[in-house]
Design a protein around this ligand. Structure first.
Ligand code: PHE
Length: 337
């Protein structure tokens, strides 16, 4: 009997089964063959029965082993096909983009202003947000009974009122004078706090950039020059300005600086049809403030300004509600990506 070719042929057919269905058909076919062989054994001469039984069993085992191998191969192929075609993994697709954050508009404009001023030799300074009343008021020529304290809507941090949330960045003027030897120039970007009722143009927390220059014989002309440079940096071109008198206890004289509306020629909603926008308060540093900072007002002069950064950012990006700035709302923030 030629067992080997028969086995090899069976194994070959099973290994070539194109799918599970064809494989099961072959398994049934060979089970029939093996069954018929075993059934025929009793009718064989006794001398041949043992060999016939062994050969039938050999065929059965070989077929089972071949069928199992083929079954596993078909399964692996099916899994691979599903992965490749079923969208679970397509190595030719571009990788999904990671979600990228972006700089907050206040951070952006702050950095621009820092670049502008450091390029002109100014320092960038920082000061505490929880501030001593002494720096926030007294050293700025705002004594305890001064009405300016009432207009500042101050958050107090302790019962005695020695600690306050700073209501402006001006206290850092005095801290700067104590730390730096004149002449010096510095800006101080930072958060300030006022106990205001919130609406589209008022927030309890907002941003300012303080500016302070101390030198010999500084005049209003130097202040105007610095403000024009500031505006050119912000708006990318020369902008006409005007000064109106303004009162702040820590400057004398004090001014409100208006800029020609950068968005229109003849009036728009931003400038309320006036073609001027109120940009920042400023002035010459009061001698009492220089003294509080340990600087001799006979020898040194100074000018200071307080840029409303939140307002500037709103102007720059056309934001009509200040509350959006610190809302943390991603729908708002993602527009600055
Ligand atoms: N600190 C003042 C404010 O917040 C602004 C200011 C700064 C005015 C510097 C003059 C000079 O209202």
């Amino acid at each position: 009997m030629s067992e080997a070719p028969e086995l090899a042929a069976a194994q070959e057919r099973i290994a070539a089964a194109p799918d599970e269905h064809a494989l099961r058909q072959l398994e049934r076919e060979y089970a029939g063959v093996v069954g018929a062989r075993l059934a025929a054994i009793p009718s064989l001469p006794a001398s041949e029965r043992r060999a016939a039984g062994q050969s039938a069993n050999l065929l059965k085992q070989a077929i089972e082993a071949a069928a199992l191998r083929r079954h596993e191969a078909l399964q692996a192929a099916a899994l691979m096909a599903e992965r490749l075609l079923g969208g679970i993994f397509d190595p030719t697709l571009p990788a999904p983009k990671p979600r990228r954050g972006s700089l907050h508009p206040i951070t952006r404009v702050t950095r621009e202003l820092e670049d502008l001023f450091t390029s002109m030799g100014w320092h960038v300074l920082d000061g505490p947000e929880v501030e001593l009343e002494r720096y926030n008021f007294d050293a700025l020529n705002i004594p305890r009974d001064h009405p300016a304290r009432d207009t500042m809507d101050t958050f107090r941090c302790d019962a005695e009122g020695k600690l306050v949330m700073r209501t402006h960045t001006s206290p850092v003027q005095v801290r700067a004078m104590e730390r730096l030897k004149p002449p010096f120039r510095a800006i101080v970007p930072g958060k300030v706090f006022r106990n205001e009722t919130k609406d589209a143009s008022h927030e309890h927390t907002f941003h300012q950039v303080e500016g302070l220059a101390i030198d010999r014989d500084l005049s209003v002309g130097h202040l105007i020059g610095a403000m024009k440079t500031l505006l050119r940096g912000i708006f990318g071109r020369d902008i006409e300005i005007r000064l109106r008198p303004g009162y702040f206890p820590f400057v004398e004289p004090g001014f409100e600086l208006d800029a020609r509306c950068p968005f229109c020629q003849s009036g728009c909603s931003v400038c309320k049809q006036s073609t001027w926008i109120e940009l920042l308060p400023c002035g010459m540093v009061h001698p009492n403030v220089l003294r509080a900072g340990g600087i001799d007002p006979e020898a040194w002069t100074g000018f200071a300004f307080g840029l409303g950064l939140s307002r500037l950012v709103m102007l720059r990006y056309g934001i009509d509600d200040v509350r959006l700035l610190l809302s943390g709302d991603l729908r708002f923030l993602e527009q600055f990506a």
